[in-house]
Design a protein around this ligand. Sequence first.
Ligand code: PLP
Length: 365
Amino acid sequence: MSRVWNFSAGPAALPEEVLRQAAEEMLDWHGAGMGVMEMSHRGKEFMSIAEAAEADLRELLAVPASYRILFMQGGAIAENAIIPMNLLGDRKVADYVVTGSWSQKSQKEARRYAGVNIAATSEAGGFTSVPAMRDWQLSDDPAYVFTCTNETIGGVEYPFEPDLAQIGRAEVPVVADMSSHILSRVIDVSKYGLIFGGAQKNIGPAGLTICIVREDLLGRAMPLCPSAFDYKTVAEAGSMYNTPPTYAIYIAGLVFQWLKRQGGVAAMEARNIAKARLLYDYLDGSGFYENRVDPACRSRMNVPFFLKDESLNDAFLSGAKDAGLVQLKGHKSVGGMRASIYNAMPIEGVAALVDYMKAFAARHG
Ligand SMILES: *Cc1c(COP(=O)(O)O)cnc(C)c1O
């Protein structure tokens, strides 16, 4: 067996330790005589798995007791509809901060259910930065302000937490799509009304969506909201209103335990800073490659880059594959390359990429 360095944006690489443990437990989980995929979601074995996963996530992110953690399905794209259906309540408008492809998609979907005000957008600059909060034009009484705190495609990450108290609007709940950087850095959950994300970037397998929602926001769903997507219904049923994605929850739980063994989120953040610095410093100094994002807003998780001579793109990708470095092709809407370096990517993988890039530049420069 040989494993490659996998820079996929998602579904993405998982910690090898987690995969090994899952493989060992595949046929017989802890003496149950069956694997996790075969268990009733209401049996005591699986209930213990789900409870531990939730408790570990709560500990890792220091989620206050006034927030509920929901294990849902449908991914972040379904949440783009589920959020306005749940949070609009008796208001007319929701505010959106648009910083790239994902928040753009979110605001478009929300228009089916709510009035949408674009509070700020970095579109004029080609989505290479995050508008400062003092420039956000919030509406008078929005149901919430939507943000995507890490734009996976553009490689743009908020360099600040969207804490509306700083602009005198603490009463408005902040919603944050953290699909591609949740658990990569320390956050203050109490600054948000709702944090959500698909698991397949920085947590576990596709099929699981994690929502961390402030309790006072439950119970506002529109009558047309499907019960399985009503946060209050899901919360009251302990995320078991319908059959949850049991195996994905189990793997996510193993990842949470792995994160705790790594020293938790603050320790991961330090590693992620070192990994990102290694790659960006090389890119900036190379003269051969470039990253076009405002340096203050560069993502630590998703690093898009371009070869200055784009005619070498195919040679770059095929040489990378031969060197065991895969999934480096950029998103089709951006072009170029993209290296996603989530928690599960060790610094050795980033170093292997930089070594390859140096050798390629030396050969073709
Ligand atoms: C991947 C991604 C999505 C889409 O997630 P799905 O699980 O495919 O619905 C949405 N937002 C962000 C920030 C993402 O990275």
